[in-house]
Design a binder for this molecule. Structure first.
Ligand code: P6P
Length: 339
């Protein structure tokens, strides 16, 4: 029987990567594998969501003021559980939880990292079978090792991330994560229950033909943002177009498509909500890290997303993210905006 050694599982890949750093303790590799384990458990429930009573509202409202879906809570508990029982994480911040959680046990207090995550982004789409996702961000803690983690560990700028990633529960289930060494994608092989390396060394094409934005808010956007949208619509073969507009309403799906094929995703501020809708710590920072490591850019319309100094766990920010050349062109229209 020939053994196909070309397929690398997530475990094999993370161990291979770790071996290239003799001083590595293996904590980050272990954390990334823990996230993969939780993702497989969430995937099982997402895939049968139509068959069991795990759809619909949990009957509670989260800190965002949004209806909590039962699957949101399930996913939150799975990711928090593997991180709390692992060897690498001192505490977590979650979209579903009002405040950060300090694990405060001996192993966790001696762990190097903290993790922020959105356990199930786009959960409003669960009931209609549209792709949804998990987004996470990993920081080396700045508080004293050996003691419980502190709020300062969770309010670091995105430039201090050591890893970030997402899982997209779509036509297939993919786990994409970035470290300072690059971006790699793993597709779940349900036959063996393993994430297998399917998209090594992902690069974001420097340009693309897709722009993603919610046109329903068009007249709420600032004039410069509206001007750029008009430019996108007027593109033709003579100036890098024609563009097409693709917007799923699930950030993980929209940004993943644009990362792989080139494009730009925008969730601008509006006149009513100048900070927009998306959350800095567990939505925008992780994707900014991933897209930048793949060669793209991410800003809030005035500055790099990862340079923003956070002041609170659930703060929002406008987001413009995607192919470098498209982001450079965008800047010529919206950099004049007051965010
Ligand atoms: P809108 C999903 O609720 C989400 O947080 C992101 O996944 C998505 O990109 C965005 O909101 C969609 O928001 O206002 O366009 O429906």
């Amino acid at each position: 029987m020939t053994v196909n050694r070309k397929i690398l599982t997530l475990d094999e890949f993370t161990i291979q990567q770790m071996r290239q750093f003799p001083t590595a303790t293996g904590e980050l590799s272990s954390l990334l594998r823990d996230i993969g384990l939780a993702a497989k458990r969430v995937n099982v429930e997402v895939n049968k969501a139509g068959l069991v009573d795990i759809l619909g509202d949990h009957g509670s409202i989260n800190v965002q003021g949004e209806e909590v879906k039962k699957l949101d809570i399930y996913a939150n508990n799975q990711f928090m559980g593997v991180l709390q029982h692992g060897i690498s994480c001192a505490g977590i911040g979650s979209e579903e939880l009002d405040d950060f959680v300090v694990f405060d046990d001996e192993i966790s207090n001696n762990s190097k990292y903290v993790v922020q995550f959105d356990p199930l982004d786009g959960s409003g789409n669960i009931d209609v079978n549209i792709s949804i996702g998990t987004i996470f961000s990993v920081y080396r803690r700045i508080s004293e090792i050996g003691k419980p983690c502190t709020k300062e560990d969770f309010l670091q700028p995105g430039s201090r991330q050591v890893a970030a990633g997402y899982i997209i529960y779509g036509s297939s289930t993919m786990y994409v994560y970035a470290t300072k060494r690059g971006v790699n994608g793993f597709t779940l092989d349900p036959a063996i229950g393993e994430f297998c390396l399917s998209h090594p060394d992902i690069k974001c094409p420097p340009s693309g033909k897709v722009y993603s934005i919610n046109h329903g808010n068009f007249f709420q956007y600032t004039p410069n943002t509206r001007e750029y949208i008009n430019v996108c619509q007027k593109k033709d073969k003579t100036n890098g177009g024609p563009y097409t507009q693709r917007y799923i309403g699930s950030m993980v799906a929209d940004v993943h498509r644009n990362l792989m094929k080139g494009g730009i995703f925008m969730y601008p501020g509006t006149i009513d909500k100048p900070k927009g809708k998306l959350r800095l710590l567990y939505e925008c920072n992780p994707f900014a890290f991933i897209v930048e490591m793949a060669g793209g850019r991410a800003t809030n319309g005035k500055e790099r997303i990862m340079d923003i100094i956070p002041t609170e766990l659930h703060q929002r920010t406008p987001l413009f993210i995607g192919s470098k050349d498209m982001m450079d062109e965008l800047d010529t229209y919206i950099s004049k905006d007051l965010v």
